[in-house]
Design a protein around this ligand. Structure first.
Ligand SMILES: [Zn+2]
Length: 90
């Protein structure tokens, strides 16, 4: 059975329609420290458990989504539009 992601705009869609960008991180401000920029550009966590990521629905509405999934079980815990904040209703 295919894994489904509940897009807030398109409803349940197969995972293959989405492209993963990576961890959902807050971009530093231009005048923030080099350490903040270094961490933003180069450092990534590799957690076991819930992890927030940016995904794009490239095979559908093309909106950027913030997906929280469990990295150990691949269970999708929540999906919301990254810009609007609207949550999907599973
Ligand atoms: Zn969509």
């Amino acid at each position: 059975m295919a894994s489904l992601i509940h897009c807030p705009h398109c409803g349940p869609r197969p995972r293959e329609e989405f492209t993963v960008r990576g961890a959902a991180m807050q971009r530093p401000m231009p005048d923030d420290s080099w350490d903040d920029w270094f961490a933003y550009v180069y450092l990534r966590e590799n957690p076991r458990g819930p992890h927030r990521e940016h995904w794009q629905h490239t095979g559908g509405c093309r909106r950027w989504l913030e997906v929280t999934r469990n990295t150990a079980t691949h269970e999708t815990l929540s999906v919301r539009d990254a810009a609007l904040g609207t949550e999907a209703r599973p």
